[in-house]
Design a protein around this ligand. Structure first.
Ligand SMILES: NC(=O)c1ccc[n+]([C@@H]2O[C@H](COP(=O)([O-])OP(=O)(O)OC[C@H]3O[C@@H](n4cnc5c(N)ncnc54)[C@H](O)[C@@H]3O)[C@@H](O)[C@H]2O)c1
Ligand SMILES: [Zn+2]
Ligand SMILES: [Zn+2]
Length: 380
């Protein structure tokens, strides 16, 4: 089958690889209809992870069940499904309490709970930027979708970024009526803003410097804040009459940079601590790493990010972090899409044949104007 294979920094290609197959009785084999490139894939693409050469990438997957193992009872060939990026066993302490993103069993990597498809340090699982994908513990992990092709570009956001944006808002402790500041207007930040609006935020600010992304912020009824035009904390403080916001969402991650492009991994965390009111909450879904060989400082190489912890403490703020447990939200978010309330597909900018994936990576990575979210479709 054809699949997107990681070779080296800035080098991916669509290669012929062995077909994905059923390996365990509880597996399902999915024929991919849509698979997205994620900002998380770019950390690997830019050579900023320890992902191994030869890895098949892709954790944002949906498609149609092709075949199931004898231990799968809830799905059958022909069912249309969304595949959460987390791979849970369904029966460990974390899976049982709704934290499938920290499954204690599926990732053999020392010191890491939580497994995913096609990702550095997240276990030996191939990704779904391919014609077929093997899904372990299919009864637990798959989400059923209405058959047909309706809402494909909305449903494809259910595997990761719509639940992830929602989770960022959830971790922030947002209540209806709250003001929210989201840092990062990439796909995840835009989904967080969409989620905050759906959940009844009174005002949502979204910070970035990419003009095309800030246009989308305006389009969904949030307030764009351009950090190339001045300190975002000052801009939001002024717009809120000096009080700041109740909640903040971090949707940038460890490659946060200043206006000139220089990386400062503490920058957005500092901005959030400053702009969120005392006793307010911060949800961090942008990724931070325990090690980052490409970091500028020795501390950051060891994952030590020196943000304004003293101010954070003094303000009595709270912070939630980590990979999103997609399964906790995807059913309800699916139903918001079906009901016409949510339309996360608004961020889709490009749909490419799987065979053009290398171009998609290159242009999305350069954040070329208008390259907000790239979907890949295997061609048959
Ligand atoms: N926690 C999870 O489960 C989860 C899931 C998916 C993605 N992620 C992570 O979320 C982050 C965002 O993903 P994405 O797909 O939106 O990526 P992206 O790279 O497309 O978007 C990041 C955006 O942040 C902006 N940015 C950079 N520095 C900034 C700053 N100082 N202030 C404000 N904005 C700034 C960039 O211009 C860009 O538009 C990544 O770190 C990704 O790995 C986490
Ligand atoms: Zn993703
Ligand atoms: Zn588990």
């Amino acid at each position: 089958m054809k699949a997107v294979v990681y070779h080296d920094a800035f080098k991916v290609s669509v290669d012929d690889v062995p077909d994905a197959t059923i390996e365990e009785p509880t597996d399902a084999l999915i024929r991919i209809t849509t698979t997205n490139i994620c900002g998380s894939d770019l950390h690997m693409y830019e050579g900023r992870t320890s992902v191994e050469t030869g890895k098949v990438l892709g954790h944002e997957n949906m498609g149609v069940v092709e075949e199931v193992g004898p231990g799968v009872s809830q799905f059958k060939a022909g069912d249309r499904v969304s595949v959460p990026f987390n791979i849970g066993c369904g029966s460990c302490r974390n899976c049982l309490t709704g934290w499938s993103s920290f499954c204690t069993r599926m990732n053999p990597t020392e010191g890491m709970d939580g497994a995913a498809y096609g990702y550095a340090n997240m276990g030996p699982y191939d990704g779904g930027q391919a014609e077929y994908l093997r899904v372990p513990h299919a009864d637990f992990n798959l989400l059923r979708l209405p058959s047909g092709t309706e809402h494909e570009n909305d449903f494809t956001m259910l595997s990761d970024i719509f639940p992830t944006g929602w989770h960022g808002v959830e971790l922030s402790g947002m209540q209806p009526g709250d003001r929210v500041a989201v840092f990062g207007a990439g796909p995840v930040g835009l989904m967080a803003a969409h989620s905050a609006i759906l959940r009844g935020a009174s005002e949502v600010f979204v910070v970035d410097q990419q003009k095309d992304r800030l246009d989308l912020v305006r389009e969904i009824g949030a307030v764009p804040i351009d950090f190339s035009a001045g300190d975002p904390v000052e801009q939001i403080t002024e717009a809120t009459g000096g009080t700041g916001v109740d909640r903040g969402v971090e949707a940038v991650g460890y490659q946060a940079h200043d206006h000139s492009g220089e990386e400062h991994p503490e920058l957005v965390l500092d901005n959030l601590v400053q702009v969120v009111r005392s006793t307010g909450g911060i949800g961090v879904v942008g990724v931070y790493m325990p090690e980052d060989a490409g970091a500028r400082s020795d501390a950051a190489k060891e994952g030590r990010i020196g943000f304004q912890y003293g101010t954070f403490f003094t303000k009595g703020q709270s912070m939630g972090t980590g990979q999103a447990p997609v399964k906790r939200y995807n059913r309800q978010l699916r139903d918001l899409i079906i009901a016409g309330r949510a339309r996360p597909g608004f961020i889709v900018s490009h749909e490419l044949d799987l065979t053009d994936a290398a171009e998609g990576y290159d242009r999305f990575d350069k954040r070329e104007d208008g390259w907000t979210k790239v979907l890949l479709h295997p061609v048959r």
